[in-house]
Design a protein around this ligand. Sequence first.
Ligand SMILES: Cc1ncc(COP(=O)(O)O)c(C=O)c1O
Length: 398
Amino acid sequence: MNIGKESLALLGGAPVFDKPIPVGQLYFPSWERYETAFRGIFERQYYTNNGPLLAELENKLQHFLGVKHAICVSNATFGLMMAVDALNLSGKVITPSFTFIASTQSLSWAGVEPVFCDVDPITHQIAIEQIDALIDDDVTGIMGVNLWGGACDPVALESFASSRNLKLYFDSAHAFGCKVGDTSIANFGSLEVFSFHATKVLSATEGGCICTNDDNIAARLRSIRPSYGDANSVNVMRVANARMSEAQAAIALMSLEDFPKNQQKNKLLFDIYEAQLKHIPGIKLVRPAGVTFSNYQYIVCELDESVFGLSRDSLIAVLKAENVNARRYFYPGSHRSIEYNHAKYNQNLPVTDYLCAACIQLPVGAMVDSHAVESICDIVSRAHQHAHALKTYFEKRE
Ligand SMILES: Cc1ncc(COP(=O)(O)O)c(C=O)c1O
């Protein structure tokens, strides 16, 4: 193989991939399975409003996750907004800033103020030991975020929250199918919210699910979800429309069936990344922390520019020229986004700031196989070897 600097697309070579490789996950059933499932919907002429596929999906999710209630919703963002009302949260909620902006925005949409906590530099999960100092009389809860197919020590958070009389719930958008000890994520805190977006390992294209073992919270969630009451409704202050359609439920059911296979593929790809990247100075793959079983939802690396030779954003440009869509994630941290970038919100989050500048996400999921992952690692390796020439290229372009 030609590994001269000319072979990098940015320096004049041909791109390694002939069409863009997305970050992932994008697992989707075959056309035949999709067609059969959708024929059923059309034959029944039952398209939405608590349909039979939704009921089947909720039952199967409860069984799979070992949780009493799984309440499917249109997406995780809406699920997180509903959680605030279902738990009667008010005032302020402590949460990491190092998360997707939807976690934080869900609080603002529900009329609650986020209080940002920093994260652990090794695991990237919320720094539990820093929470106490953030508590004041207005704080009513903690929203933990389980990142990267790992977990933020939900057991320790449960005992901390109960010792401070705070409610606890989780944004588990990344964590479907992951386990802490023998327990599936879904069973911690008052409730947990999963995302079934197409980029997640369990996909409904768009969708999500709220899990709880508490009957009262489940009843409240079921009453908030439809835009009108149903027979079993309890009184809630606000209702929404967060229903999941039969089309979404059909896709999620097939995706649930495929979960073991897709998880195994993600693990295989993770292992290849781990084996290849460990030889490249300045790039560190982050292992999902705190779990006994991971879905390997994301391939996240930290890039140390002083050792690797190029900045994170330059490496993203190198990969893009090769048709590999790597991305900064999360960027910026919530505390640096327009709504929260001022003194009212905790801005002293040095680890979050560091990770937002250093993290790069590489492709995993349906659109890559082991050869593609080897090629991606090879591009990263060549970018490191030819960092000097690439730096000159970037300087000239400015
Ligand atoms: C941590 C986190 N929370 C919430 C969400 C929102 O999920 P959804 O797109 O289903 O609304 C995402 C989406 O990627 C996420 O990464």
